[in-house]
Design a protein around this ligand. Structure first.
Ligand code: FAD
Length: 342
């Protein structure tokens, strides 16, 4: 076993909520280590929709998802979090002193007085269409997310799926690419205004709706697509000449190793006390998309508030002899920032 890192709090997940938890813990004087299986911070915001504007972050009328993550990193930076990126949290064991020992896929060992699980949907991955041989094209001309919109300029792009991601990207790419949207039903399950706009663009000949069809096969060589074959349930087949396929069939929500940690689960989410974000194990808290309680809203702003609740609930565990006097950030200030004070 490698020499354990010792810290106050270990946070699993460097998505928006995990990053804000670093800040909240820091404000109460706790040092944090953060583990994420992705190679960069940002969770869904960076992995799935970095260039999309978010409209419901308080104080930002609009902010691109990747920019929000940059701001959250800046906000956490004064508290010097230690990141372990590209490492999956695999094992969690209780220590005799009541703390926890976390181990990662890279062999890193972290001992902490408390654990915050901010693992979103788990170490997530896309639902792949069941097309034999698709893996040859993945990452080159078949994608499950758009990292850079500009990569598709001037290309023939087949977008498969009928939800928000498929519709949003069809609208977004329609002015720089030839877009064909394949969906197995005529009805799309996305925001009403966006579906209306999609149908209008189809009527105007700006993009093509290929419905009701489903993906059948791919043509190409060396990872580069030349055509996508689609078929109706009745067996009518069409060949769509294409340079790229964007398949949006949702994410698989596999909690992975976390599901084996003897924490109470409800439909693949960690059950928490809504007053404290405490899970069924003492010293382990769950915040953000990963948790479940009555009235839960899977929103970034909800996760931010949960991070504050968890940090406060951790205080008596880590500092049992010190009373927590509630302070505003304006009163206290942050390290390296302008001093607080009223
Ligand atoms: P995530 O962002 O999912 O991050 C969790 C992190 O944990 C991931 O990086 C993952 O790799 C890591 N992880 C999981 N398991 C492990 C493990 N065992 N070991 C190590 N790391 C692990 N929300 C809004 O509020 N407003 C919006 O407008 C909005 N738009 C959206 C648009 C799209 C297209 C999508 C997909 C989502 C949108 N959301 C929006 C939802 C928002 O992105 C999520 O609510 C938010 O990302 C949840 O943050 P999180 O930190 O809880 O989890």
């Amino acid at each position: 076993m490698s020499t354990p890192h010792k810290t106050d709090v270990v946070i699993i997940g460097a998505g928006p909520v995990g990053l804000f938890a670093v800040f909240q813990c820091g404000m109460l004087g706790f040092r944090c280590h953060v583990v994420d299986s992705l190679g960069e911070v940002g969770g869904q915001c960076v992995a799935l929709y970095p260039e999309k504007p978010i409209y419901d972050i308080p104080g930002y009328p609009t902010i691109d998802a990747a920019d929000l993550i940059v701001k959250l990193e800046q906000q956490a930076a004064p508290f010097a979090p230690v990141f372990h990126l590209g490492e999956e949290a695999t094992g969690l064991k209780r220590l005799p002193d009541g703390g926890w020992r976390l181990t990662t896929s890279a062999g890193t060992v972290i001992e902490a007085g408390a654990v915050i699980i901010a693992a979103g949907a788990g170490a997530f991955g896309p639902n792949r269409p069941p097309i034999p041989g698709i893996e040859v094209y993945e990452g080159r001309s078949v994608h499950y997310m758009v990292k850079r919109r500009e990569d598709f300029r001037g290309k023939r792009v087949v977008i498969a799926g009928g939800g928000d991601s498929a519709v949003d990207w069809a609208l977004s790419l329609s002015d720089i690419a030839k877009v064909m949207v394949v969906h197995r039903r005529p009805k799309f399950r996305a925001a009403f205004e966006n579906v209306c706009r999609l149908e209008q663009l189809h009527a105007e000949g700006v993009l093509e709706l290929v419905v009701p069809y489903q993906l059948q096969g791919l043509e190409g060589a060396d990872g580069q697509l030349t055509a996508v074959n689609v078929a109706t349930l009745e067996g009518t087949v069409r060949r769509l000449e294409a340079d790229a396929l964007l398949a949006f069939f949702g994410l698989s929500t596999d909690l992975g190793p976390i599901a084996q940690w003897h924490l109470e689960l409800e439909r693949n989410h960690l059950v928490v006390d809504p007053a404290s974000m405490a899970t069924s194990q003492p010293g382990i808290f769950a915040i953000g998309d990963v948790n479940a309680y009555p009235g839960k809203l899977k929103l970034i702003l909800t996760g931010f508030a949960e991070a504050a609740l968890a940090a406060h609930a951790i205080h008596p565990i880590l500092r049992p002899d010190t009373a927590l006097h509630f302070e505003y950030s304006t009163t206290r200030g942050v390290p390296g920032g302008a001093p607080g004070g009223v």
